[in-house]
Design a protein around this ligand. Sequence first.
Ligand code: NAD
Length: 260
Amino acid sequence: MRHLSLELFDLHDRVAIVTGSGRGLGKAIALGLADAGASVVVCARHTDEVEETAAAIKAAGGSAHPTHVDTSDRESCRQLVETAVKAFGKVDILVNNAGIDIIEPAEDVSEEDWDTIIGINLSGYFHCSQFAAQQMFAQGSGGSIVNNSSIASAVGIRGLVAYSAAKGGVNQLTRVMAVEWATRGIRVNAFAPGYFDNVMRDATTTHADPEKQRQVIEFTPMARRGRVDELVGPVIFLASAASSYVTGAVLFVDGGYTAM
Ligand SMILES: NC(=O)c1ccc[n+]([C@@H]2O[C@H](COP(=O)([O-])OP(=O)(O)OC[C@H]3O[C@@H](n4cnc5c(N)ncnc54)[C@H](O)[C@@H]3O)[C@@H](O)[C@H]2O)c1
């Protein structure tokens, strides 16, 4: 028996770029897309990490190309798409995932920190999406852009003023690009993680606090952090033909956090 329903999730012959895939959520997503059959361009600021991710994909029998990107730099985003085309001939899927987190009270956030967070967590998504979409238009076969947002896009979380503003912007960027490109074959969606077991690089001190951990459990109806592999299903769904009539959506993957 052919499993047509499973074929909807098949990503063989697809080329995916996953930004910030050297570690954490991006790494899990890159491994998951490769497992579903995609050739993956693994990229981040730290080259040693992306080489490790690419090696893990290849060791599992998949196809990967590691490269450097700084998504806060528009030219670097343009080169990323060019590199993907040189490596695999095209771009079908872009997962905007690279992000940073600086936890500070709003009254203390410096202009530099504000610009850095907005530059990576919002402008970087815009630059990569624009160059990927131009490439997808040139190919004429459409594509799927999947943005990693956050529960902080929808609720107020102390210490995250710039991060939350950026992620709220990601949701709106998702909707506008989805509307503009809907008839040209490019779908644009977002997923919004809650608290995951990979704590972001700059947030480890805050999350090491037992009080923060208690709050995470108390305010998450499933009473636990997500495992990074629990993002793989939602991302494959949004990237694949399984979601062919879904665009402009923000899928919360948060153990019920925003439902409460
Ligand atoms: N960890 C969580 O619980 C959580 C929750 C909600 C949303 N998110 C989102 O998930 C994404 C990944 O988070 P994570 O937990 O894996 O973080 P992480 O700090 O573990 O990893 C971040 C990755 O992004 C890369 N990166 C950072 N700045 C970059 C830049 N300018 N250019 C290219 N690469 C860059 C890093 O090199 C690294 O590979 C972020 O967008 C974050 O906002 C995470």
